[in-house]
Design a protein around this ligand. Sequence first.
Ligand code: GLA
Length: 399
Amino acid sequence: MEGPVWSPPADDARTAAALEERFGTLAGGGPDGVWAAPGRVNVIGEHTDYNGGFALPMALPHRTYAAVRRRGDGLLRLASAQREDAWQGRVEDVLPHGVTGWPAYVAGVAAVLAERVGAGAVGMDVLVDGHVPVGAGLSSSAALSCSVAVALRDLVPELADLPVEDLVAACVRAENEVAGAATGGMDQTVSLRAVADHLLLLDARDFTVEPVAWTLPGHELLVVDTRAHHSLADGQYERRRRTCEAAAAALGLGSLRELSAEALEDRGVQALLSTVPDAPARVRHVVTENDRVLQLVAALGRRDAERVGALMTASHASLRDDYEVSCRELDVAVDAALEAGAEGARMTGGGFGGSAVALVRREDVPAVAAAVAAAFSRAGLAGPRFLEAAPGGPAGWVR
Ligand code: GLA
């Protein structure tokens, strides 16, 4: 039987050197620099960001790298170390929906930033190299757009003073308007604003963030990439989002953030929610999940690993039963991790595949990983991949 297979992060210096060399072969001459942006794992607070709620993600040490050279002519020439399909086009042709596939996340950022500084200023040659597992619910797409966003901020003088909030907003727009994925902003926020050794408490009502120290040094967050397909553009994510918006509208609220746990019990509120298909269960998830985020932050402050774990597991049950975004692979991963002694475990990210995250005592990590791998094998599922998730820093210049 296959033992656990690990996906380690890439080494910055080696990855950048290889990328510079390849860039030279493709484009002639070196890049202006290499930048990188992290993927993320969300510890708790799922499907809350687009409801104006709370989330608690952290940056992974796994990053996407971008070698970038500015051009003066408004042309974009994009290539990827992972893909054959290079892309070339003009900045002004990108918006809206002018690009499909991975180039949309790069061209989209350039097109949105061009609204501030003109298309000529953001033309560039780009070679990207992704080391965030793709389709794993770990925000490889946000890592891609954010790696290019920080490159443009550093290379285009008129963007040098752009507040990070605006850079986040540009990446969100690229994803929403060009790539066509209606994502909620958590991923881009943590990729650009992460603080090393901390989780990031996001309040999506106004997109303010607060670093939260990781106070459980005897524990690790073990990420299980189930390798079950995950795509945000397939309609389920958007359907959940529209249900929540319709539910908020039925209640006369701007967003579900304004609904408290007590108000949710109200008969009148339940009667209104029952007029929107699926809303009672979906809304229950969102309201209880917001509450769990704040409780988890408090439990971290008390260094209460048991409570942190219990909240993560409760989040999974809510996502599985009320929000219905889990799947067999995620449930197998969560159940096997808990059975093997994890303090808590849950699916992370959009769902329908992707990754789970478990809180595990450091000394138990090998045994929990082995138990999850064995459970996958018994269930006839393809082998998962494991990532050790130490909270990393934000996107930035590498060299
Ligand atoms: C995806 C989206 C995020 C967030 C999560 C679910 O990762 O990109 O904005 O909505 O799903 O919490």
